[in-house]
Design a protein around this ligand. Structure first.
Ligand code: SAH
Length: 444
């Protein structure tokens, strides 16, 4: 087992720096949030759509509001926008530094090795944004080709936004991709990565082929719709979105006087908080991932800002890198809520092992982020690239920036953590399983 770690370590230290200076320039401009201009007119069509829904059937749940605003197939925020650009609304770790994706690539290879190097190796990413994370991981796979020993690798992307899927396709395949002829196709785009791997796009996990897979979700669960509940003397009540009767061109939150199906089924009797947010779609996704990991093997790594069942009101909006009222000009700003990892752990149950949540700082430190930075600095004589590398590192690791807000959480097959039983009675004890990278220190 130590030999496996050793080969990974050797390959890791020697990974060469990619020529990707364009990313550094973009990242720099995104970090400077003050220079980004405010967007103009509010999205009236989304506001009209929501108010006609409310007029027809009454107040809508926060989950329905969030789903419509973010992923309505015609006018949803994610469907229409490339929100991650320099003129966008927020910035993410893979967009800030190549090191982030490289370390996650190492994590994927390490888990594939720990699973006994299966012949088939699917990488499945949820909500790949601009494709930067997958692109950095594929570069690692390409450089670790020797260690990957001929495994049949493929990339599977679950993405709701046709617009972003085009951005991802360009980033990952150049022009080696084609959209399917029909809207109904579960695989709506296919291509070949610049490193030679098959890539396919889907709208939902159910359409991704079964088989050993490493699942990644970075800043994906925070975009899934949440319900909001308030504790009252009468019990849990649901908070919904209604038209403000005083100013009909505004929306407001209302507390529904009677229990709703959601308030009766999604709240916990022994909950000590006064206000909770629950994301049933996130829970259902974790249950599906659990089923797949148990049946087909693999692991899931979920990284997002979040808490372990302690926070209350975290629903918020972002526009032009600044906070934005969640009910104002819907469709023109990102909506997000912190991920409740304690809820995800509960939904996973005991069929898989859960690791974390641990802070991004701790995870990346355990993955050897300091060593990787030093290697890149050594290989890059250019002063401005070096300064950007250091700035990116600080953004990812600084507790005041992204280092502590962001958390890592993993689902692993129980078999992955057990020592294989010795085949014969007289045989020596089997070696201990490979440590779970990121959640314990990867010795470099
Ligand atoms: N992971 C990327 C992007 C995060 S933004 C990064 O870290 O940079 C959220 C991503 O999830 C976008 O690509 C968005 O289009 C996608 N998305 C949001 N809701 C989705 C849903 N319900 N199903 C599939 N993709 C979704």
């Amino acid at each position: 087992m130590m030999a496996l770690l050793h080969s990974l370590r050797k390959a890791f230290v020697h990974l060469s720096a990619p020529a990707c200076s364009a990313r550094w320039c973009r990242a720099q401009s995104r970090v400077c949030s003050t220079t980004i201009p405010e967007k103009q007119a509010p999205n009236n069509s989304m506001f009209r759509h929501l108010t006609s829904k409310i007029k027809a059937t009454g107040p809508i749940s926060v989950a329905e509001y969030m789903r419509e605003v973010l992923t309505n197939p015609v006018m949803g925020y994610y469907v229409k926008n490339d929100m991650l650009g320099a003129d966008g609304d927020f910035i993410t770790s893979p967009e800030i530094s190549q090191i982030f994706g490289e370390l996650l690539g190492i994590w994927c290879v390490s888990e594939w090795m720990a699973a006994g190097r299966p012949k088939q190796f699917q990488l499945v990413e949820f909500g790949p944004g601009r494709g930067s994370l997958a692109s950095d991981i594929l570069r690692v796979f390409s450089q670790l080709r020797g260690a990957l020993g001929g495994a049949a690798l493929s990339l599977h992307l679950v993405e709701v936004s046709p617009r972003l899927s085009q951005v991802q396709a360009r980033c990952l395949t150049g022009d080696q991709n084609r959209a399917s002829g029909s809207e109904e196709e579960p695989t709506y785009r296919r291509g070949t990565s610049t490193t030679g791997l098959p890539v396919a796009w889907y709208r939902r996990l159910e359409d991704v082929p079964r088989g050993f897979s490493i699942y990644l979700a970075h800043e994906f669960f925070d975009a899934l719709p949440i319900h909001k509940f308030q504790k009252t003397k009468q019990g849990w009540r649901e908070m919904m979105v209604d038209i403000d009767p005083e100013t009909p061109d505004r929306l407001r939150f209302v507390l529904v006087p009677n229990p709703t199906l959601a308030s009766s089924t999604l709240t916990q009797r022994d909950e000590s908080r006064e206000h909770v947010e629950v994301c049933p779609e996130g829970g259902a996704l974790v249950q599906k991932l659990t089923g797949r990991i148990v049946e087909d093997g693999g692991a899931a790594l979920i990284a997002d800002y979040g808490h372990d069942g302690t926070e209350t009101d975290t629903f918020r909006g972002f526009r032009g890198h600044k906070p934005h009222d969640v009910l104002t000009a819907p469709g023109t700003a990102d909506l997000t809520a912190d991920v409740d990892f304690s809820y995800l752990r509960r939904m996973a149950g005991d069929r898989v092992a859960c690791f974390g949540p641990i802070t991004q700082r701790e995870f990346l430190q355990n993955m050897g982020v300091d060593v990787r930075l030093q290697v890149l600095l050594r290989n890059n004589p250019d002063a401005s690239t070096r300064a950007q590398l250091v700035r990116g590192f600080d953004m990812l690791m600084n507790p005041e920036k992204m280092g502590e807000r962001f958390k890592f959480f993993a689902l692993l097959a129980h078999g992955r953590l057990a020592s294989p039983a010795p085949a014969d009675k007289g045989q020596k004890r089997a070696p201990a399983p490979l440590p779970v990278a990121g959640f314990s220190e990867l010795k470099l």
